[in-house]
Design a protein around this ligand. Structure first.
Ligand SMILES: *Cc1c(COP(=O)(O)O)cnc(C)c1O
Length: 463
């Protein structure tokens, strides 16, 4: 299995190199040269598999000879062993034809754990084999940083430094980054905004001397291995509903398009997905793209579902590549239009291809709060604001002849203020992390300045 860039100018890579490289040198994202289709026999056996067994079946055709079956089984076992639910991703019925898949039983209470835990174990395995040590640096507005710290804590071939804007992440998010005490993971509180953190990160990757000195690497949402780990739970949903050969649809609260794109890969592997419904908050660039054919960046509006407050949806480029008949030059042209004029129009054929699989809808702030209250009243479930966006859109697109699965992307206790404002109930943390507020915190404070951040990373790395 080889991976090619969506902009067509970089050489094809193995799974291992794709994972370690992240972004392609031509600025594109790696995608598999061909998507493997699962055999009817494998699909028929799925309903009897546990999550880990299913994960190995789904991921194995994509990893080539990077991992053999035993290695992949070990990786998956270590990745999901600490989850707080035996089913890993349990499904609950919310209403007639409407199901909720809970993706928040991992260590940081958000779906990003599903991919980050796997990628942590994959990196460790490959780097041990190569005898190498790398430094992962990331910038976070909350969820991704804590998921990375949890995934890599205690793994000796990887150091992790996460930049976050001081005073601008929620207390739960901050504590999840600052309380792990392993010597290889570090939280850096930057005196600046999230955009400042991202800018410094970009500049660090452009500084080739520094990049080579610390063996800089990234695990952001464009990493193919993260997308792959998320393909698994779409299959899991089909199997959990009794039979992965029956039609089903998904409603996915979407920001960077990584999660829902994984659903599209599951469909191309043979899962009979009827509709993939993109659910956004008022940052609705993807809705205009699908419904009006115009992809146009604007200002980011802060919302009560902050993990979807994005301006550019980076993984959308992967879908564009497919919709444009895998024409890398055509993708590169649209992306340069985006860079130069802040937007582009989708060609008719590509738009039709996208609409054949996807619907899209956005939900305002008030409707989101109402949906949190409504879901509690109708089904007794307390949901986070991102999840409420997905449920609200799922109800609009419900077709009773095909089950609809809405993805619950975070635990309500991760966004307690919004949930309390909507329902009057402050969701408690699950028992296994009830002492989060008592654990000692550890962080390095740094000025809003690239060289200060680079010195801090050098120092932490040496520890
Ligand atoms: C990251 C995140 C999302 C958006 O996922 P994408 O893959 O960026 O589309 C939705 N909900 C929560 C809680 C998240 O952390």
């Amino acid at each position: 299995m080889r991976y090619v860039s969506t902009r067509g100018q970089s050489p094809a890579l193995s799974f291992e190199d794709t994972m370690l490289t992240g972004l392609a040198p031509d600025g594109g994202l790696y995608v598999p040269e061909t998507v493997p289709v699962l055999s009817p026999e494998t699909i028929a056996r799925m309903h009897a598999m546990d999550y880990e067994t299913l994960a190995v079946e789904v991921m194995r055709p994509f990893v080539g000879d990077t991992f053999d079956e035993d290695e992949l089984s070990d990786i998956v076992a270590r990745a999901y062993g600490e989850f707080g639910h035996a089913a890993r991703a349990p499904l609950k019925q919310l209403d007639r034809g409407l199901w909720l898949m809970e993706l928040f039983h991992g260590p940081t209470l958000a779906f990003k754990d599903f991919a980050m835990q796997v990628i942590g174990q994959m990196f460790q395995s490959v780097l041990t084999r190569r005898g190498e040590r790398i430094t992962i640096v990331g910038a976070t507005s909350g969820d991704t940083g804590s998921a990375a710290i949890e995934a890599f804590r205690g793994l000796d071939n990887v150091g992790v430094c996460i930049l976050y804007p001081h005073g601008r992440v929620s207390e739960v998010q901050r504590r999840q980054m600052t309380t792990p005490d392993e010597a290889n993971v570090h939280a850096l509180a930057v005196e600046g905004t999230f955009d400042d953190c991202q800018r410094h990160l970009k500049d660090m990757f452009a500084d080739h001397g520094f990049r080579d000195e610390v063996r800089l690497a990234a695990v952001n949402s464009i990493n193919w291995a993260r997308v792959l780990a998320q393909v698994v739970y779409y299959w899991w949903a089909g199997a959990a509903l009794g039979d992965a050969t029956r039609k089903l649809s998904f409603s996915v609260p979407t920001g960077n398009f990584g999660d829902i794109y994984a659903g599209f890969i599951a469909k191309r592997m043979g899962l009979p997905v009827e509709r993939l419904v993109i659910a956004t908050n008022r940052n609705d660039i993807l809705c205009s793209a699908v419904n009006e054919g115009r992809y146009e960046t604007g200002e980011v509006h802060p919302t009560i579902s902050p993990s979807m407050d994005i301006q550019v949806s980076s993984n959308f480029e992967r879908l564009l590549f497919d919709a444009l008949g895998r024409d890398g030059a055509a993708v590169a042209r649209l992306m340069s239009g985006l860079k130069q004029s802040g937007g582009f129009s989708l060609p008719e054929g590509a738009l039709a291809e996208i609409r054949a699989h996807f619907d899209a809808d956005s939900v305002g702030e008030e409707e989101t709060a109402e949906e949190i209250a409504n879901t509690l009243a109708e089904s007794g479930e307390l949901v986070c604001p991102h999840t409420a966006v997905g449920i609200d859109v799922a109800r609009t697109h419900l077709d009773l002849s095909v089950p609809m699965v809405a993805l619950a992307t975070a635990h309500p206790a991760k966004f307690p203020d919004a949930v309390e404002a909507a329902t009057g109930i402050r969701p408690p943390l699950p028992n296994r992390m009830a002492d989060l507020y008592d654990r000692p915190e550890r962080m390095a404070r740094v000025g809003n300045d690239l060289s200060a951040i680079q010195s801090a990373i050098r120092e932490l790395r040496a520890k």
